[in-house]
Design a protein around this ligand. Sequence first.
Ligand code: ASP
Length: 603
Amino acid sequence: MSTKRTGCGVPRAGAAGTEMTVYGWVDRRRDHGGLIFLDLRDHSGILQVVINPETAPEARRSAHGVRLEYVMRVHGLLRAREPQNVNPRRDTGEVELYADDCEVLSVASTPPFPVNEETEVEESLRLRHRYLDLRRSRLQRNLRCRARFIAALREVMGELGFTEIETPMMIRATPEGARDYLVPSRLQHGSFYALPQSPQLYKQLCMVAGLDRYFQIARCMRDEDLRADRQPEFTQLDLEMSFIDEEDVFTVLERAISTAWMSAGFRGTISTPFPRITWHEAMARFGVDKPDMRFGMELHDLSEPLRGTGFRVFADALAGGGVVKGIAVPGGADLTRGDIEGRLLDVAKTFKARGLAYLWRRDDGWQGGIVKFFSADELEAIGAATGAQVGDAVLMVADQPAVVAAALGALRNHLARERSLADPDALAMIWVTEFPMFERGEDAGQVTPLHHPFTMLHRDDLGLLESDPLRIRSRAYDIVLNGREIGSGSIRITDPTIQERVFAAMGIGAEEAERKFGFLLEAFQYGVPPHGGFAAGIERLLMEGLGEENIRDVIAFPKNQQAQEPMTGAPAPVEEAQLSDLGLQLRPAAPALRIEPSHGGEG
Ligand code: ASP
């Protein structure tokens, strides 16, 4: 059937006068003065087909009842359109196919939403009929760009000397910090595989194996709360390298991402090298560990100039070991008291700030309810430190450093969105380095790794492991693009003594470490090269590259916010017999939020 097939989007004026066969879906139908005009669509584009009842009565008969989304074969003669009929918005707009033979290959019911245009459609409906959603042009484009991007990544990685290695999907749990998806074992009742949260331990074992440079376009599964840029299954460019340090990892990622970005035809250009900023600097200047560098409005420390202030709220915070910081909102003199004490204060409060102090800098000087508490010198210092100009507002938070950073960091992002401060065409790709090794754990006195427990510590901070683990810098790094975390990696621990001490800091004793990671520790006894790596989220890169806000729009068959797939109705109950094979018995559960598959499957 396909040997003589011409793609609907292919014919151009140069081919006029030739005969061809096209296959596709009916995108539009118009009946006009006895003629039938069909727009036929396939993945390559749309071609106008003309059926003339006088010259092609057979074709006319076949096309008689044809409706939208019918699948057809049309054979005919390609002709140039009259100049006045040329459609400049379509690649095939200079030609049309005069049918002499048509065949309906498949009829179609009226689709639940228009396939032939990008109208807004409720997402649940789109997901339920995903095959129709994918037939539309935007998702077609997204999936093709995705494929090009991944193909280009594979190519560069090969050029850079990496070997693609597939690691198993059914594994022992990997500690990436999320909940595992589990697969019960039929042969060992009571035992479970986990689906990989990442190939972390396997790729480290590949280094022990002497494979030197590993990569994989790896599917990862994490059972965690979903957000606009998070899915239970997602894909990473996962890599690991031996005998390297941070610089080598950075060079590889910069090259791979910028090259594949270009090959995929994504918007803009990624310039390399990516600027670098330490975690400490990011927190100090932007209040967050994934700063959006497309705009300024940085946080400025006002603690020193205001050390002796008569403004009680600030003085108390400083006396209690806190800090005072502020941001200057460009043009913020237009913010009303209601704006600040309403929605902006709400943002600050979400991040545990108790209040939001503010001043306006106007032509005639500083204004605002708290102006009276500050001396002229202090006001001048606030202006100098924040860089506030006439016409700006200064927003300030006084509290413990972490609260101040979080509240002002969130306000900075919020205001940038509200006031469109970020250039939407800009691509600010950066490295954030030297993340803290640990954060406070759920149990008092315990710490958990910010990245994962195999991350190497900063050489200078090894001594703090037992005394002050929260102050330890790690050799972990992230890539951040326009304020979104794109991926993370680290140089790994290869010294068993350090690994043991890290486990101990986490409250994992020798016996538990042996039980969970004994295979890794054992492998390390047989000659482990120094190594490190990275994993970059393919979907998040695609979102930025394609300008999509929703991660589901760059995945062919995504899950919804409840981790369900509305089309097939997964997850779904299974037969009792399957459970008993697995040695499982269900506990009576609260009625689950269940969805039906789109064509009433067997439940
Ligand atoms: N396995 C890590 C992750 O998925 C990445 C890495 O450390 O290479 O975030």
